[in-house]
Design a protein around this ligand. Structure first.
Ligand SMILES: [Zn+2]
Length: 126
């Protein structure tokens, strides 16, 4: 049987694992580190990679650097924290509004129109 940790416990585990390791250079590593700390609280705890990512992005104490790659897919939701993205617009020469990129008001993610996340790097921000 697996148990789902509370948000507060996940936040603690994120903090402890980053304190111990300094940084993680992928989501997979972050999740492994967090899981290790969660298992110290309860050995039946488990957490998915997307949940680890969203709780981390919303924690306020983790700096996330996103390495990007070219991507054609349209994005509605933030690839880091899952919040709806705000469109960044510019006026074209003809005076029409064109979307040039996206910004997240929650975690600070910014990307150009044809960019998507390739890799995440996590650090404690304080
Ligand atoms: Zn975000």
């Amino acid at each position: 049987m697996y148990k789902v940790p509370k948000e507060e416990e996940v936040r603690k585990a994120i903090y402890r694992s980053l304190k111990k390791h300094g940084s993680f250079s992928s989501l997979y590593q972050l999740r492994e580190g967090v899981l290790q700390e969660l298992r110290k609280m309860d050995d039946e705890y488990t957490i998915s990679i997307p949940r680890t990512r969203t709780v981390t992005a919303r924690s306020g104490f983790v700096k996330i650097t996103v390495k990007k790659r070219h991507e054609r897919k349209k994005m509605d939701k933030c690839p880091v924290c899952g919040k709806e993205l705000k469109k960044i617009k510019n006026l074209s020469l003809l005076g029409e509004e064109v979307v040039v990129g996206y910004a997240c008001t929650l975690c600070g993610y910014r990307g150009k129109i044809n960019e998507g996340p390739l890799r995440y790097i996590f650090h404690l921000s304080r």
